[in-house]
Design a protein around this ligand. Sequence first.
Ligand SMILES: Nc1ncnc2c1ncn2[C@@H]1O[C@H](COP(=O)(O)OP(=O)(O)OP(=O)(O)O)[C@@H](O)[C@H]1O
Ligand SMILES: [Mg+2]
Length: 259
Amino acid sequence: MKIVAIANQKGGVGKTTTAVNLSTALAATRRRVLLVDCDAQGNATSSVYTMDRVCPNCYTLFTQQSTVSESAQTTSIPFLSLISYSSDLAALEVELAGHPGREECLHRVFQGYIAEQEGTTYDYVFIDCPPVLGLITLNALIAADSVLIPLQSEFFALQGLAQLLKTVQRVKQNFNARLKISGIVLTMFEPRNLLCHQVAQDVKAHFRELLFDAVIPRNVRVSEASSHGKPVLLYDTQCRGSVAYINLAKEFLRREERT
Ligand SMILES: Nc1ncnc2c1ncn2[C@@H]1O[C@H](COP(=O)(O)OP(=O)(O)OP(=O)(O)O)[C@@H](O)[C@H]1O
Ligand SMILES: [Mg+2]
C-alpha cells in the first residue's frame, strides 16, 4: 500500500481535481484506491460520493474515534473508496494544537490499519490536503510515502514551490525519512499563454527529474465536471482534461511500479 499526499499550500491549483481524477483513473485499472478528503471544503467528497447520512469521516479518523476500515465508504466507482470530509475539520487544526504527538495522528491510524490487515489493503491511498501548510497537511506528509505536487503554471508558482519543498525536507529530517517526491504536475496549462510556457521552462530547468511529462491543460469540461459532482473522467471521457489525467495516471504507475 502506497500513501500519496497531494499537497500545495497555494489555493485553487488543482489538488482536489488531481486527487479525484488520479484516483478514478487508477481505480479503472483495478487498483484498489482509497481517497482521503482532508479538506473542510469537501470538494473531493462531493466529486465521488453523495453524503446521505453522518458517517465516520476524516475528522473521526484524526481524532481516533474511527479506524481506517470503519471510515472508508465504498463509492459508485468500482475499486474506489472514500474517507469523506467533515465540516468539523475546520476546527481540527486548533483542537490538535495542544496535543502531544499531534503531527502523527494520521500516521498512527494508518500504521494501525496496516498492522491489522492480512494482505487485503488498498494499492494506493491519495490524501487531498487543504491549501495551508498547517497541522493537517503536516499529518498527511508524515503518514505518506510520497507527495505529489500540482503546480499551476503562473507567476508566483515557483515561490510557493520552494516553500513547500523546504517543508518536505524538514518533514523528512524530523519525522518521516521515507518521504519521497512522487512528482510535480503542471495544471491548468494554457498553450497560448506565454507565461505558462515560461513557468514550465523554469520548473523544468530546476526540477527536471521531478516534473511529470503529462501536463494538465485548462479545460472547461474539468470545471463543469466539478459542478456536476463528478470526476471529469466520468463526465466526458474523451475531453482533453480526461486524456491528460489518463496520461498522468499511466506515468504515475510507471514511476511507482519501477520503485
Ligand atoms: N484543468 C483544469 N481546467 C479547468 N478548470 C480546472 C482545472 N483543474 C481544476 N479546475 C477548476 O479550478 C478550481 C480549483 O481546482 P481544485 O479545487 O482542484 O484546486 P485545489 O488546489 O484543490 O483548491 P483548494 O486549494 O481550494 O483546495 C475548481 O473549480 C476546478 O474545477
Ligand atoms: Mg482542494
